[in-house]
Design a protein around this ligand. Structure first.
Ligand code: NAD
Length: 512
């Protein structure tokens, strides 16, 4: 496996940031008070970026609040022009931003570009939406009265995002927030600050072009304590936070304590049921992409297969064969399908889960699990995606391990498959491979999958922007991107207008 050198990456990052309009000193050493930014490709520090303080966060929120007060009275279709410009800039800079995503988050080139395409798609959706933020007209029980709903801008939206979708998740939130009349303050993962600064430069340019307030979009840099400053500030009307369940447990009570609005997108433990009638060629392709793609570091990555016992051996054998030929290496090499884990902690989590599953839990390691190149690559962690065949759904299988580790469980009866499927704390995405229409429909029915996303004959990962994205149970129930997710970013008023000369009271109440 040949990797670029850290100085090659550093030079390339400097070029890309210049192209994207980011003005920072990439020669800065990571000193005290700085975030040390690494590329998982080599594991070495690329540059230091100064971290913000809680006081800086409060200043950003204050400026965003001023921007909101001006922006909320701009007609929504005019606000849409900001997002149209942002979409155009993203089209122009798709290659550069996609490559920066690959360098900073370790995604293979095609997935880095796919992430930017997802940003363009949500911009397109939001521009159309800017002419469709409509409420209902409701029949009044009182004569000469009319009732209606209006949707109004909400305020400042605080976005907290995870490392694994370093740019798309911001855009899901920001594109909708901007057309809804809100301002945005974004705290990206402290592992992916450069891509965030690039998005911010593009948003600032879009704002300049259309004459929107320049503080409509801002970025604050730091770790959980900087996220907490955003979470605790009652000028932030909505906190939209994406990340681990651990993060959600810390954030939710703090936002609730001040009666703020909360949109949480937390961890998943996504499964695929493979039924006896499944098209196995299609299932194998769908499973390998969902489980090993993005090195298992998607919230929707496939982590469990629940396969009918009669086809379990054949499926496992075919998957193992496919896994053995997966090209692992630098995500910048166009032949690579599996890039690096984000860092040492992710590698430790991968190894610990395999040990637990194959130790006391009695699982059998079918393929993978090793570190490619051993210690040769220092702080860069490339692993062979692993499959472990389990006898039961033990505690380690029920936990999310954010790495390419796929557990296989067998079932005999379809009800048992659904029960196993749902017997985990998380509820993000799910899928079934079957050609039996009864099984497919049952899987999507009320007593089927309990997840926010339930797919048939595709894996659980790779959602489109048009649908509402999110999960249930410990994934928590927030919905982002398409469908009616925009309602999270607005407040609703119900208006009743009396155009008669009488004053009839609702429910026939008399008061004279
Ligand atoms: P993480 O929870 O470690 O961090 C996510 C973000 O939360 C970061 O910006 C982090 O700095 C911030 N944060 C952490 N603790 C905080 C606190 N106490 N207060 C305020 N902010 C805090 O997650 P990660 O390792 O970056 O990403 C991987 C996790 O994210 C996985 O669990 C994955 O399933 C989940 N994820 C979920 C979705 C989804 O849509 N459901 C999407 C992407 C990632």
């Amino acid at each position: 496996m040949s990797l670029p050198t850290t100085s090659d990456l550093h030079r390339r990052v400097t070029e890309l940031l210049t192209q994207l309009g980011v003005d920072i000193d990439t020669g800065r050493k990571a000193g005290a008070g700085d975030i040390a930014l690494r590329s998982p490709i080599t594991g070495a520090v690329l540059t230091g970026v100064p971290a913000d303080t809680p006081a800086d966060v409060r200043d950003s929120i204050g400026r965003a609040h001023d921007a909101f007060r001006a922006w909320r009275t701009v007609p929504a279709p005019v606000r849409g022009q900001l997002v149209r410009e942002l979409g155009e800039l993203l089209r122009t800079h798709k290659q550069a931003l996609g490559e920066l995503v690959s360098i900073e988050a370790g995604k293979i080139r095609s997935e880095g570009l796919g992430e930017v395409q997802e940003m363009i798609d949500i911009c397109d959706l939001a521009v159309g939406l800017s002419r469709q933020l409509h409420g209902l007209t409701i029949a009044s029980e009182r004569p000469g009265h009319r009732m209606m709903e209006q949707w109004h801008p909400l305020g400042v939206v605080g976005i907290i995002s995870a490392f694994n979708f370093p740019v798309a998740v911001w855009s899901w939130n920001a594109a909708l927030a901007f057309v809804c009349g809100d301002a945005v303050v974004w705290k990206p993962s402290d592992k992916t600050v450069l891509t965030a600064l690039a998005c911010q430069a593009l948003a600032a340019e879009a704002a300049r072009r259309v004459g929107a307030p320049d503080q409509i979009s801002s970025v604050v840099v730091g770790g959980p304590e900087i996220g907490a400053a955003l979470v605790d500030d009652d000028r932030v009307a909505l906190i939209s936070a994406t990340g681990s369940t651990r993060m959600g447990r810390a954030v939710a009570p703090r936002v609730s304590a001040r009666f703020g609005r909360l949109l949480l997108e937390l961890g998943g433990n996504n499964a695929a049921i493979v039924a006896p009638s499944a098209d196995l060629d299609l299932a194998v392709r769908g499973i390998v992409f969902s489980a090993a793609g993005t090195a298992g570091q998607r919230c929707t990555s496939l982590r469990r297969i629940i396969v009918h016992r009669t086809i379990a051996d054949e499926l496992v054998e075919r998957l193992a064969k496919a896994y053995r030929t997966l090209p692992i290496g630098s995500p910048l090499d166009p032949r690579t399908l599996v890039g690096p884990l984000i860092d040492h902690a992710a590698y430790e989590g991968f190894r610990a889960a395999i040990s637990a599953a194959t130790g006391a839990d009695g699982g059998e390691l079918i393929v993978g699990g090793g570190r490619v190149g051993g210690d040769e690559h220092g702080e860069a962690y490339y692993v062979e995606p692993a499959i472990v065949r389990m006898r039961g759904q033990t505690a380690i299988v029920r936990a999310e391990t954010f790495a390419p580790l796929l557990y296989v469980l067998a079932y005999d009866d379809f009800d048992e498959a659904i029960a196993l499927h749902n017997d985990v704390p998380q509820g993000l995405s799910s899928s079934i491979f079957t050609t039996d229409v009864r099984e497919a429909e049952r899987f999507m029915a009320a007593d089927g999958s309990d997840c926010g996303i339930a797919n048939v004959n595709i894996g659980p990962s790779g959602a489109e922007i048009g649908g509402a994205f999110g999960g249930e149970k410990e994934t928590v129930g927030g919905r982002e991107s398409g469908s009616d997710a925009w309602k999270n970013y607005m407040r609703r008023t119900t208006n009743t207008v009396n155009y008669s000369s009488g004053l009839p009271l609702a429910q026939g109440v008399e008061f004279v």
